[in-house]
Design a protein around this ligand. Structure first.
Ligand code: OSB
Ligand code: MG
Length: 387
């Protein structure tokens, strides 16, 4: 495919409620959206998972923008033919910046799938029509508030609930949710908040309250501590931040530090890498699932397509549009279906329509780059005030 134009928008969408984790509170989501246009007028989208500040990982909107503008978009606009695979090979010489890389790869996958008149899921080899999903619940102000929040999600129809935990917000809230909802499938995610000395304490409350999965309790490089927690545990130990490439997965498997794999295309450099990691985990008997980064409908659609692949056999952090945003930027919005599922858009490509009107309302900056080397005159400031 010959790419004629790249448009890089920065958007800000207000979350329906603040999302608090062990690393901070998010009230709005600021993110980059990439729109690639081919010389014959097809358009493909990629949403960058990087947040405004580098708290989940070292990438941010600013670092991703720098890599896109300085390195990746010039490559895309100069390549005689750009494919997801050729981009991946070309970008591999740059270390890190996985979320920036994944953004370009996603837009190229959207275009490649459209060119073959298939959905993104079909292009990647996925066959599911609906994918099982759950909901990730942020830290709340009080335990009763958390129990109420979980109750609302259960009545919405979610079958599995992932509670964000951290030292001081763990045994009490998890126990209260378990007592109120004896049957719910409970997961927890600490985003690296515990010292490695907490192995026994985590094991104790996780087993007492029948937590099915504990995600990333320790630092991303603390592989031995995760292995110690996994040894003999009744719950799965899931790694998120620790797994960034093939080598980190091999090391975690070798150390028996992982019994569930969270795949986020952004964290691992794209959907192609995410697919191969999930296949590798499956060969080792380890289940995988698709994680989330509070994406808008575009990123969510891409995640749902990825979750249609066979090795993703646990419910993903893929919730309905209204769990995140009052108004999504896609049509139709994602709605929760029977059996705690989302349906995989049929395509071609991502299979959802981007509402340019709603996108413009959330626009902070926009810059367009063209093949002949021209760049639109300066950054266009969106309709919303600057932060
Ligand atoms: O660790 O899974 C995580 C959101 C932002 C950053 C990290 C994480 C999360 C979530 C939200 O848990 C999952 C979602 O998008 O629903
Ligand atoms: Mg996580």
């Amino acid at each position: 495919m010959k790419i004629a134009e790249a448009r890089l928008d920065e958007l800000e969408l207000d979350l329906v409620e603040p999302f608090e984790t062990s690393f901070g509170v998010e009230r709005t989501r600021r993110f980059l959206l990439l729109r690639l246009e081919t010389s014959d007028g097809s358009t493909g989208f990629g949403e960058c998972a990087a947040a405004l500040h580098p708290l989940y990982s070292s990438e941010s909107v600013a670092t991703a923008r720098e890599m896109l503008v300085r390195h990746f978009l010039p490559w895309v606009l100069e390549a005689p033919s750009a494919t997801p695979q050729s981009f991946r090979t070309a970008a591999a010489r740059f270390r890190g910046h996985s979320m920036a890389k994944a953004t370009v790869e996603s837009a190229l996958i959207d275009l490649s799938a459209q060119a073959e008149n298939r959905s993104v899921a079909g292009y990647l080899g996925g066959r599911r029509r609906r994918v099982k999903v759950g909901v990730s619940v942020g830290i709340q102000r009080t335990v009763p508030a958390l129990v109420r929040r979980v109750g609302q999600y259960l009545s919405d129809g979610y079958h599995r609930v992932k509670l964000k935990v951290r030292p001081g917000w763990d045994a009490d809230p998890v126990g209260a949710v378990r007592r109120e909802y004896p049957e719910v499938e409970l997961w927890v995610d600490a985003n690296q908040a515990y010292p490695t000395s907490a192995v026994d304490r985590i094991r104790s409350w996780a087993e007492r309250y029948e937590v099915a999965q504990v995600e990333q309790p320790f630092h991303e490089r603390a592989i031995r501590a995760h292995a110690a927690l996994a040894r003999g545990a009744k719950f799965r130990v899931c790694l998120d931040e620790s797994i960034v490439d093939d080598a980190s997965l091999e090391d975690a498997l070798g150390a028996r530090a992982i019994t569930s794999l969270n795949v986020k295309a952004g964290r691992v450099g794209g959907m192609l890498a995410g697919r191969s990691l999930a296949r590798r985990a499956a060969r080792a008997g380890i289940p995988a699932w698709v994680g989330g980064m509070l994406e808008s409908g575009i990123g969510r659609a891409l995640n749902v397509h990825l979750a249609a692949l066979k090795p993703f056999n646990l419910p993903g952090d893929l919730s309905a549009s209204r769990r995140y945003y009052a108004e999504d930027i896609i049509d139709p919005p994602f709605e929760l279906g029977p059996g705690s599922t989302l349906s995989v858009p049929k395509g071609p490509g991502i299979g959802v329509t981007v509402s340019e009107r709603r996108l413009r309302r959330s626009l902070r900056t926009s810059r367009t780059f063209r093949r002949n080397g021209s760049v639109s005159a300066g950054d266009r400031i969106g309709l919303r005030r600057s932060a």
